[in-house]
Design a protein. Structure first.
Length: 223
């Protein structure tokens, strides 16, 4: 793929028109992704991410390629209040690539949801795709799931494991987790993911820290 090779190794237009995102010591693929992001080059971004998922798997593509670039773009926005268009387009490309990972055909026993009013779902999309690569199907409810709706979903599907994601501190209300812990059909594994949760979680709630460890924990829970 010549366009991908140029994006990874450098070439004409690689600085994004003089507005390059400094990404530090990262993989060549991450540098290529950052260059393509600043050019708003969606086909190349998707191609880089697809190649990384195919060659190295979802966990590595997320941890070593997508996350470093997303973090740096977010930091640049905080410093300049610019490049929202870059952040939106790369997020869309990441979402599309993660969504294209083939899903197992068996009935999902893992339920994934964002906390009430939480709009960040890319980490959950990465978890769903990584689980799929590991042979574990899941249901992803998406953003801003009210507690009552989540409880209804647990009642209706009887999952073995539930992951609730909070990115921001104002969405990490532990009462959401406590309600699931008191649910008549409490899942065998109840886990909190994301930096929005406080350090003290309700008893019996697992704290997810990395994508790889989350996949291993959930995979073990549904065996």
């Amino acid at each position: 793929m010549p366009a991908v090779d140029r994006a990874v190794s450098g070439g004409p237009g690689r600085d994004g028109g003089g507005r390059a995102i400094p990404v530090g010591h990262v993989t060549p693929a991450a540098r290529g992704l950052a260059r393509a992001a600043m050019r708003l080059d969606a086909p190349v971004m998707r191609a880089i991410l697809e190649n990384e998922v195919a060659e190295h798997g979802v966990v590595t593509a997320w941890d070593d390629v997508a996350i470093p670039v997303l973090v740096r773009i977010g930091e640049r926005y905080q410093a300049t209040q610019r490049f929202v268009e870059v952040e939106h387009l790369i997020s869309r490309c990441v979402s599309e690539v993660l969504g294209a990972v083939p899903r197992p055909a068996s009935t999902p026993r893992v339920l994934l949801a964002a906390a009430d009013e939480e709009q960040h779902t890319l980490p959950l999309e990465a978890l769903a795709a990584a689980l799929a690569q590991a042979g574990v199907p899941s249901r992803l409810l998406g953003a801003r799931v009210p507690p009552r709706a989540l409880e209804d979903a647990v009642t209706r599907t009887g999952p073995t494991a539930v992951v609730l994601w909070s990115q921001m501190a104002d969405t990490g209300d532990v009462r959401q987790l406590a309600r699931l812990g008191d649910h008549p059909h409490r899942p065998l594994l109840l886990a909190a993911g994301g930096p929005g949760w406080p350090a003290a979680l309700p008893a019996g709630v697992a704290q997810l820290t990395t994508l790889g460890s989350a996949v291993a924990l959930l995979q073990a829970a549904v065996v």
